[in-house]
Design a protein around this ligand. Structure first.
Ligand code: APR
Ligand code: PHB
Length: 408
């Protein structure tokens, strides 16, 4: 394995975090190599989240990968919360001084970023085997891997662990150097993509006796829907008719609204957990995105947290390479954890307010309904939801350590 292969930043994982980090570094003149263990098709076709905060949209547009997003993204200025047979709108724009979210599939983000990487001619490898970071606690870290059957050794200045929750980077940190906080929820989401025009132009979160349901969309002709189910629910037990009947029941409101039905293009079940690993750094390795933290999807924060991480990490690395200043690298984790825990609280709150738990008592149920009643009747409560849902601007969390911007 004689080895002249080297780069400044070795990036593990070509999900949104790894691809965006590579893109931002390239724009700042920092060299990187991205190593992904799956195929390009798998990474592009994987159906995931779809809600972009303004900070994510701004980052994509400002860095030249927002052209299609600008054309095809669907701006939403509010969401609906349904319970007890009624729907209530939360007016994001009115409550947050004009801020909104944009619906654009995570796989579209990934597609745009892969295209930009290829157009820039920067290294991006798929189907990379045996990925193994080493030397993170030394001045000479690197990544061992196998490409096209050949063992390779990539020497780097820094490693970015952007390899998701089940990746290799976080588990390569000694247990004594990583504090892990975790909660698993006793339910999952059965998600479908349907060939049907969205029947409402905004998302609907429904708390129903039979369990939570979510109405979302991807394009003017594709509806995305979710049903609360068991964490290990067998998709095979859900023929299309059963799914539509359950959705009709859980979305039933006095105004008669129902989702449009159509061919089901994709079905899958995902479990739900909250997870944080602290710190987000081990020596010369930095964790970003799902590798560092997982939020339940109810607050639509996962993709946006990943984007905020890599935006911060890219700025810190660029500052280091341009002036030798390590301050932003040194505060990367602390600044990220503050944003992460704020998103954890919000996602946990949305999740517990909207889902049904088997062990809930009549008291729990009444308390949950009282919380929903309060939410939709108080401007203060709606503002709290709205400002967290639209997200904290990305550059606001750059304050720690520089004293320049306000803390969040
Ligand atoms: N070697 C190389 N690549 C790996 C390895 C490994 N050992 N393990 C995992 N990967 C790859 C995965 O195949 C995946 O493509 O790392 C990538 C991680 O991507 P994501 O899981 O999408 O994570 P991230 O980029 O942090 O994006 C976070 O994903 O789960 C959603 O809601 C979450 O939207 C958020 C986003
Ligand atoms: C989605 O469209 O996939 C989606 C929307 C809102 C969420 C989670 C997922 O909270």
């Amino acid at each position: 394995m004689s080895n002249p292969w080297r780069t400044q930043v070795g990036i593990v994982g070509a999900g949104p975090a790894g691809l965006m980090l590579g893109h931002l570094l390239h724009r700042q003149g920092v060299d990187s190599v991205i190593l992904e263990n799956r195929t390009r098709e798998y990474v592009i076709d994987r159906v995931r989240a779809g809600v972009l905060e303004q900070g994510t949209v701004d980052l994509m547009i400002a860095t030249g990968v927002g052209e299609r997003l600008r054309r095809e993204g669907m701006r939403h200025e509010g969401i609906h919360i349904a319970f007890n047979g009624r729907r209530h709108r939360i007016d994001f724009a009115g409550l947050t001084g004009g801020r909104a979210i944009t619906i654009y599939g995570q796989n579209e983000v990934v597609k745009d970023l892969i295209e930009a990487r290829v157009a820039a001619g920067r290294p991006l490898f798929f189907e990379v085997g045996d990925v193994e970071p080493y030397g993170m606690d030394t001045d000479a870290p690197g990544i061992l891997c196998t490409i096209d059957g050949e063992p390779r050794d990539l020497a780097c200045d820094f490693i970015a662990g952007c390899d998701g929750f089940h990746g290799i980077c976080r588990p390569s940190i000694p247990a004594t150097r990583l504090q892990q906080y975790e909660r698993e929820y006793p339910f999952g989401w059965l998600g479908i993509l349907a060939k049907a025009p969205p029947a409402c132009d905004e998302l609907i979160y429904s708390n129903h006796e039979r369990g939570f349901a979510l109405f979302s969309m991807r394009t003017p002709s594709i509806t995305r829907l979710y049903l609360q189910c068991a964490p290990d629910e067998d998709v095979g037990a859900w023929p299309d008719d059963r799914i539509w009947a359950e959705l009709r029941a859980r979305f039933e409101t006095s105004d008669g609204w129902q989702p449009n039905e159509g061919e089901i293009l994709q079905k899958s079940v995902t479990g739900m957990r909250s997870f944080v690993g602290e710190p987000m750094r081990y020596g010369r390795m930095f964790l970003a995105g799902d590798a560092a933290h997982i939020v339940p999807p109810t607050g639509a924060k996962g993709l946006n947290l990943a984007m905020a991480d890599v935006s911060r990490l890219a700025s810190a690395l660029a500052a280091y390479y341009s002036s030798g200043a390590a301050e932003l690298l040194d505060t990367y984790s602390e600044r990220g954890l503050r944003r992460t825990w704020r998103a954890q609280r919000f996602s946990w709150w949305m999740t517990t307010m909207l889902h049904r738990l088997e062990q809930d008592t009549a008291f729990d149920r009444r308390r949950q309904l009282a919380e929903l009643e309060y939410l939709v009747s108080s401007r203060a409560a709606m503002t709290s939801l709205a400002e967290n849902y639209v997200g904290i601007p990305f550059d606001e969390d750059l304050g720690l350590g520089t004293g320049k911007t306000r803390r969040v």
